[in-house]
Design a protein around this ligand. Structure first.
Ligand code: FES
Ligand SMILES: [Fe+2]
Length: 390
């Protein structure tokens, strides 16, 4: 689909990097079967595949020999016979050059003893987590400085995992999606749930929103805690009546000003092995949450970019939120100063803070990170190519 890009990072005063540092969804885990998959994110083409050990590998898409795309061949002999993935390595469909999971050139089939390391391609840290494939993107080529978010509820007996809604590409810069975290006054008009309290909390690479109020859709009180871990992955714990659900929204830049999004809801059934009826209820929960989110999505799709928000005295704290986002577009060394400036709770003028709604029990399973290195990934051994500046 062709999109008209309306505004990019520099229009919003982000930068110097065009694309942010962080963990981002690049595929749903189930999309990776036996064949390599071509994906484009951060203005760059990649190949994504699952090696025979089960490890997910993400490499630059183009072969160093004659620039063939490693995944965009369905009719080459090597592809048809499934010989392009060999162990955790991949062979180019054109002349069969072989690259390892670390991007290292391992073999030129018709050259004995000639396999220069300088002809390797970029490899990127990957995690497979909560049904998603995540990549670490860093314009400076550094290793991850935080781990992706993780919900312990994913492993609770009775957990009914999400099947992601693929929302496709939207011609809006991701910062306008992140604005939602501060946007207290859209909750009534857009979602029919005017909040009675709201606060934001900044914690380094995480930003938290606590809010609640009566929601028209469910005719009940809704209590939520929502957090981004880095600029790409939102998780939210929501409670109304006797229901608790966990919502997931991921947004990943495809090009500067073009964003791909996914959505899901996890619920936990009463019984360890969920019944068909409980699974059906879970799907309805996800559909209900999607209906709510779609109201935002429709507005984003048709709006002009708000490169600057007119922040009125009682508006949400967009400026602070956008400053938090900015840290991921800055060199790593400069991000810390922004974190130090913002860290802490930021109330919205005229609104009560979360007060007694901020109870420790409700948030006990929130804000967690995936245990480092326990997860599948390339870790420290990966060759990690710095991104060219765009
Ligand atoms: S183009 Fe890849 S091996 Fe020749
Ligand atoms: Fe919203």
């Amino acid at each position: 689909m062709n999109h008209t890009i309306k505004a990019g990072a520099s229009d919003y005063g982000l930068g110097p990097h065009t694309f942010p540092r962080g963990w981002f969804v690049v595929a749903e885990a189930g999309e990776l079967q036996s064949s390599p998959v071509a994906v484009t994110f951060f203005g760059r083409d990649f190949v994504l595949y699952r090696g025979s050990s089960g490890q997910v590998v993400m490499l630059d898409a183009y072969c160093r020999h004659m620039r063939a795309h490693l995944a965009k061949s369905t009719s080459a002999h090597i592809t048809k016979t499934g010989a392009n993935v060999e162990g955790d390595s991949i062979r180019c469909p054109y002349h069969g050059w072989k690259y390892g999971a670390d991007g290292k050139l391992e073999e030129i089939p018709y050259e004995k003893g000639f396999c220069p390391e300088r002809l390797s391609i970029g490899a990127y840290p990957v995690r497979e987590l909560m049904g998603c494939i995540l990549m670490w993107h860093d314009p400076e080529g550094g290793e991850p400085d935080y781990e992706p978010p993780y919900l312990p509820a994913w492993e609770t007996p009775g957990a009914i995992p999400w099947e992601l809604d693929h929302l496709g590409e939207i011609a809006i810069h991701q910062i306008e999606i992140l604005d939602n975290m501060a946007d207290v006054h859209h909750l009534g008009p857009t979602h029919g749930s005017p909040c009675e309290y709201l606060e934001n909390e900044f914690r380094g690479t995480q930003v938290i929103q606590r809010q609640g109020g009566f929601i028209d859709f469910y005719q009940a009180d809704l209590k939520t805690v929502t957090w981004y871990t880095g600029p790409g992955i939102l998780l939210s714990k929501q409670q109304y009546l006797a229901n608790t659900r966990y919502e997931f929204i991921a947004n990943t830049p495809v090009q500067d000003g073009l964003t791909k999004a996914w959505h899901g809801v996890l619920t936990v059934a009463q019984t360890a092995t969920p019944t068909a009826a409980e699974i059906e209820t879970a799907r309805q929960e996800q559909a209900g949450a999607l209906a709510t989110f779609s109201a935002d999505f429709e507005i984003w799709k048709h709006k002009e970019p708000a490169v600057q928000v007119i922040q009125t005295p009682h508006d949400g704290r967009f400026r602070a939120l956008r400053k938090w986002v900015k840290q991921f577009y800055m060199p790593r060394g400069e991000a810390l100063a922004i974190q130090r400036e913002l860290d802490g709770i930021l109330p919205v003028p005229g609104f009560p803070d979360a007060g007694s709604n901020k109870d420790g029990d409700f948030e006990a399973d929130c804000f967690g990170l995936a245990p480092a290195r326990a997860l599948q990934g390339l870790g420290g051994e990966s060759r990690h190519a710095p991104f060219p500046s765009h």
